[in-house]
Design a protein around this ligand. Structure first.
Ligand code: ZN
Ligand code: FE
Length: 255
């Protein structure tokens, strides 16, 4: 049976996610911007938190970890490479490390770029990937530590997952990401219809995440740097994909 997924808005524009395995009763949270909203959902669902999964070291993803650990006794899992700047890890993780939530197995994907130690969590059986500030809905995270080439390679790994995978990212930035995407591909029909759907959801106060990977592949410019249309749009028709990616990211920084 697939994991149950709950999207939890936190702070101004962050998301945490709960995943719950009905058979074992195990429940994990991915990122802890603040403990309060997560504790509220746990208590409403009567779920016991067993694991805390951390994607990267930024405050808006880890601030609530110590409170949540103290209140629930959950184990904390995060990147070994960033152990020195994360809350205390009970299980340090490297690329391809695997662990289980109940009977569901998860695999760690290293996705450097936004930060060097950023990781994503892939649950192949439930077709979920938690990407935080690497691949985002309609965009990708800012390059605070890594190079454009590193981020491009990271996103390529995520783009290779099965297209029906649900991408669970860390922020509600979708509307502005799509506004930027439209400057590059004003005639992309899927991008146009997605922009309208996102505006509609936001008007209703609904999250625009998670999103199917196949919809990202069709509309997210950072996953489309290999296409002639994108290369031409940034004036680099003959450049390699990573160079085009770097130019797209640089333009967004000034957008
Ligand atoms: Zn971040
Ligand atoms: Fe963030």
């Amino acid at each position: 049976m697939p994991l149950q997924l709950v999207t939890i808005p936190c702070l101004a524009d962050n998301y945490a996610y709960l995943i719950h395995d009905r058979d074992s009763g195990q429940t994990a949270v991915i990122d802890v911007p603040e403990a309060g909203p997560i504790l509220a959902v746990l208590s409403a669902q009567q779920w016991r938190l067993t694991q805390i999964l951390i994607t990267h070291h930024h405050d808006d993803h880890i601030q609530g970890v110590d409170t949540l650990r103290a209140r629930t006794g959950a184990m904390v899992l995060g990147a070994r490479a960033d152990a020195h700047r994360l809350p205390r890890l009970d299980l340090p993780l490297d690329e391809h490390a695997s662990f289980a939530i109940g009977t569901e197995f998860a695999r760690v994907i290293e996705v450097p770029g936004h930060t060097i130690g950023h990781i994503a969590f892939h649950f192949p059986d439930s077709r979920l990937v938690f990407t935080a500030d690497s691949l985002m809905a309609g965009g990708c995270g800012r390059l605070f530590e890594g190079t454009p080439r590193q981020m491009h390679a990271s996103l390529q790994k995520l783009a290779a997952l099965p297209p029906e995978t649900l991408v669970c990212s860390g922020h509600e930035y979708t509307a502005s990401n799509l506004r930027f995407a439209l400057t590059l591909e004003p005639d992309n029909p899927q991008l146009i219809s997605r922009t309208a759907e996102v505006a509609d959801k936001r008007a209703k106060g609904l999250p625009t995440v998670p999103v199917r990977l196949q919809d990202e592949l069709a509309t997210n410019p950072y996953l489309r740097a290999h296409l002639p249309a994108l290369k031409t749009a940034v004036g680099l028709p003959d450049a390699d994909d990573a160079t085009v990616f770097a130019e797209i990211r640089a333009r967004k920084d000034k957008f």
